[in-house]
Write a new protein. Structure first.
Length: 360
């Protein structure tokens, strides 16, 4: 594993805090590392820009900060980028809201639709150097009764095989007044130009009654299994299940989930966003390894489609929170992956760093 390089440091470039990392590799190998630049403090609301740094040398050095999207005084974030395999364009979904629209107010239904969480699309045809004007996708991606909403965060995927090869799949989450948090997928079959809602998951009332617990999906991540199914792994947001992570699969290209989310006892994490990558037939998972506290960022791997994660590497033993993973291909004979992650010496949000390591 290489020494971690700081990509974003709290207090730099006019931002109090950087959070919510997402990373993709474009066709020429350049890495695009996205984050939220939070101007006034570490909170999730207020004036927040979507920012980007690029690396042409596998993350050893990074470009100057670039603002990809800004809505002065308001919140832009939850980056979910993916490379469209047909065009090579980077397709980027984000969410926006009024700066005063806190999550608590949105969940309680106190924020008008125009000021609440909305879904936006941008794309880049030059490997992230420039971006199109943002287009509002909300009418096709968010149901009228959904309150809280977030894309990703973290990279999305393009399916590689089967009848839906080339389909773009973005994991997302939402809440309703009756059911609380739930997860869904967004699908595009035209290179990211139009989108629709695919699979959805809410806690079935009968499951809650019979099992005494429920998964409330939030901040999900997806990967394509070797057999073409989509594997989805999610944060369990106060769902009273016996684990903080849950998983399911989709056998029809993300149109539906085969079954409701179920707890993953093999993954010990606190309640936090985590990241996922499919590499060489393996699932690679990154997230804090402590059951209760956001620390000990750990990369774990599974060779049995998520039933177990026996291999692990501790990337950072101290405070750490959100992360994203990227496939770096082969280097010096080894298959390598990159990890972009929040971390610090005293709290998890002092910086966003990047390291790469051999596939566990």
């Amino acid at each position: 594993m290489t020494p971690a390089r700081t990509v974003y440091a709290a207090g730099a470039d006019g931002y109090d805090t950087f959070r919510i990392p997402a990373i993709v590799a474009v066709p020429d190998g350049t890495l695009l590392a996205f984050a939220e630049g939070r101007r006034l403090g570490p909170g999730d609301a207020g004036p927040i820009d979507l920012v980007l740094r690029r690396s042409a040398d596998r993350g050893d050095t990074w470009s100057a900060l670039q603002v990809v999207a800004s809505d002065p005084g308001n919140t832009v974030g939850n980056p979910s980028p993916v490379v469209d395999p047909a065009s090579g364009d980077v397709v980027l979904l984000t969410t926006r809201a009024a700066g005063s629209a806190t999550e608590d107010r949105i969940v309680r239904g106190e924020v008008p639709a125009a000021e609440s969480r909305r879904v936006w699309l941008q794309r880049s045809a030059d490997h992230g150097l420039s971006w199109t004007a943002a287009v509002d996708l909300t009418t096709s991606t968010k149901r009228p009764d959904w309150r809280w909403y977030a894309t990703g965060p973290g990279h999305a995927i393009a399916l590689r095989q089967g009848p839906h090869a080339g389909r773009l799949v973005v994991p997302a989450n939402h809440s309703t007044g009756a059911a609380g948090h739930g997860g869904h997928l967004l699908l595009s079959d035209d290179g990211g130009r139009s989108w629709r809602i695919g699979a959805e998951d809410h806690c079935p009332p009968e499951q809650h009654q019979s099992a005494g617990w429920c998964v409330h999906a939030n901040e999900s991540t997806v990967a394509e299994l070797p057999d073409g199914r989509i594997y989805a792994n999610t944060r369990n947001q106060g769902g009273l299940a016996p684990a903080h992570r849950a998983q399911t699969v989709s056998s029809d290209g993300g149109e539906t989930f085969d079954r409701p989310y179920a707890p993953v006892l093999a993954l010990a994490t606190p309640v936090v966003q985590c990241s996922l990558l499919a590499v060489d037939g393996q699932l690679v998972f990154a997230g804090p390894g402590d059951q209760e506290v956001r620390r000990r960022l750990t990369v774990r791997s599974s060779r049995d489609a998520g039933r177990s994660f026996p291999e692990e590497v501790v990337v950072s033993p101290g405070p750490a929170a959100y992360s994203d993973l990227v496939d770096l291909g082969r280097h010096n004979g080894e298959r390598t992956i990159g990890v972009l992650f929040e971390n610090g010496d005293h709290r998890p949000y002092e910086r966003i760093s990047f390291t790469h390591l051999a596939l566990p």
